[in-house]
Ligand binder design. Sequence first.
Ligand SMILES: Nc1nc2c(ncn2[C@@H]2O[C@H](COP(=O)(O)OP(=O)(O)OP(=O)(O)O)[C@@H](O)[C@H]2O)c(=O)[nH]1
Ligand SMILES: [Mg+2]
Length: 176
Amino acid sequence: MATGEPDFVFKLVFLGDSSVGKTSLVQRYVYDSLAPDIGRTIGAMLHVKSVDYAGARHKLVVWDLGGQESFSALREQYCANASGAFFVFDRTRVETLQHIDDWLNALYTAAGKVAVIVIENKIDLESVISDEQIRGMLEARDLRWIQTSATENLNVNAAFEELVKEIREQKKDSSI
Ligand SMILES: Nc1nc2c(ncn2[C@@H]2O[C@H](COP(=O)(O)OP(=O)(O)OP(=O)(O)O)[C@@H](O)[C@H]2O)c(=O)[nH]1
Ligand SMILES: [Mg+2]
């Protein structure tokens, strides 16, 4: 939709263990489709989408990073200069939430204390993690949390809107 110069250009990165659904969420948001089953992301993939939020045009440069351990050094390079990040976990595998600090520490080291939205993905499936457990983890880290399903297209747009909002708020705070 949006043409012409954007008011803001934001670099967003997707973090989280392998198979939590990062590629599926990006595919759903950018192309409104299910990700073709091409397997684990090797390295990183770049996608761009322009959207209007709150009367301003945003160009979102989205890096979908492969979640496998072997890409960790590469990921830190991709995180440099990020405006914000999604940390995605899979509600059917508790360890994907427990790894949160590994991901956030890598991000904050590379990009500073940027805005982060936590995504609980696969809400079309039964959860093995209680809301209290999630709330406890996230309140301690002062992070917002949103529940999505990439396959059922639930809340995916809302997650992006939330992150853009959070980045805009941080910018406002830092310019005072
Ligand atoms: N039921 C369900 N399955 C999902 C959802 N999102 C992703 N999946 C499935 O989970 C698997 C992994 O999804 P990917 O999007 O490839 O995961 P990834 O986080 O990109 O994995 P890496 O590239 O290895 O880091 C695929 O089989 C997807 O179809 C969801 O919301 N619900
Ligand atoms: Mg992937």
